[in-house]
Design a protein around this ligand. Structure first.
Ligand SMILES: Nc1nc2c(ncn2[C@@H]2O[C@H](COP(=O)(O)OP(=O)(O)OP(=O)(O)O)[C@@H](O)[C@H]2O)c(=O)[nH]1
Length: 326
């Protein structure tokens, strides 16, 4: 086993609160900016729909249905939203077409606020996070960004290259390790991923790590082997620490729209996914998929990715997201 060395820096906590607040503000304006294609596809079309209308009639609801479906909210979630709107109209609580927007925003925020256990990486040591998802969705990049964030919070992070099938994947993870200055556990290409995970668990304990980020293979999700292999990694980690893995996060590429939804369905069925990370919400008009996935799968979105730089991954806040979108 090989563990690349890293030096851990000491964080300067002076003005940390202020810095966090201004970081949040900066992220919000970037989020707003990067969601512009989804906004154009969804919100702006909805706004144009109600423009100049005096009442909400069947025609308007039909057109709204089309906007929702073509914004990747999916048939099921679209029906749910339309039922809520129809219900409000029936109860005379919604008459003005101009109020439709507020109504939808409220409902969508509710859908995105999936109930879940608190996200608490300090609840165990090491806190083991398995990152899963098909190739190309942004897994490795996301691991790099997560490592950077945890490290800047003063946590000791270790990366584990359990995607041993592709030499390039191990190499890419090593580069991230160097870039954010955290150790990477790896073995030679082709070795058993669960053996890498097994050794990594020992290394993490002996080196007093706070966070272990496990990168896994992502060949096509239709291959039964992949699921079996992921389960094996999960079992091995669990044997080392009965409370681990503490999170199994599924990474999905939002720009693939309905495809991301079917991947999520399949992974959830096979593996005990605990949460989601939606990447590439920038530059896509298919961002509405986040609503469909939350509604159908009832899994919390833990992080969203809105670009390629280190700071373009943030914890997901439904309120902030809908505020930026609408
Ligand atoms: N625009 C944008 N690009 C992203 C985001 N996250 C990741 N990417 C890019 O997506 C591409 C694929 O990312 P990887 O991290 O290599 O994806 P992976 O899932 O590890 O893929 P494999 O290594 O092929 O399994 C890279 O070019 C990333 O820079 C994001 O939030 N926005």
């Amino acid at each position: 086993m090989e563990v690349e060395e890293a030096v851990f820096g000491v964080d300067d906590e002076t003005g940390a609160g202020e810095e966090a607040a201004s970081g949040k503000r900066r992220f919000f304006s970037r989020l707003r900016d990067r969601l512009h294609k989804t906004r154009e596809q969804f919100i702006n079309r909805m706004d144009r729909l109600v423009l100049g209308r005096k009442k909400i009639d069947m025609d308007l609801l039909d057109e709204l249905e089309e906007v929702l479906i073509t914004s990747d909210l999916g048939v099921r979630t679209t029906q749910l939203l339309l039922e809520k709107v129809a219900d409000k109209i029936k109860r005379q609580e919604l008459k003005d077409p101009q109020k439709l927007r507020d109504q939808l925003r409220e409902e969508i925020t509710r859908i995105l606020s999936v109930e879940s256990s608190a996200w608490d990486p300090r609840s165990a040591r090491p806190f083991v996070i398995m990152i899963i998802g098909v190739n190309g969705v942004g897994k490795t990049t996301t691991i790099g960004k997560l490592a950077h964030q945890f490290k800047s919070e003063g946590l000791k992070v270790m990366l584990v290259a359990a995607d041993t099938f592709r030499a390039a994947a191990v190499e890419q993870l090593s580069l991230w390790g160097e870039r954010v200055n955290v150790p990477v556990v790896k073995q030679k290409s082709g070795s058993d991923p669960s053996a890498v995970a097994f050794d990594a668990m020992d290394a993490a304990v002996s080196r007093g790590m706070d966070i272990v980020l496990l990168d896994t293979a992502g060949r096509m999700h239709t291959k039964v082997n992949l699921m079996e292999e992921l389960k094996k990694v999960q079992r091995v980690v669990n044997r080392k620490d009965p409370s681990a893995p503490h999170e199994i996060l599924l990474v999905l590429d939002a720009s693939t729209g309905q495809n991301a939804l079917s991947q999520a369905r399949l992974f959830k069925e096979e593996i005990g996914v605990t949460g989601l990370i939606l990447t590439k919400l920038d530059g896509t008009a298919k961002g509405g998929i986040i609503v469909a996935i939350s509604d159908e799968l009832q899994l919390p979105v833990r992080y969203i990715g809105i670009g390629e730089s280190l700071d373009d991954l943030r914890p997901f806040d439904p309120e902030e997201f809908t505020r930026a979108l609408f």
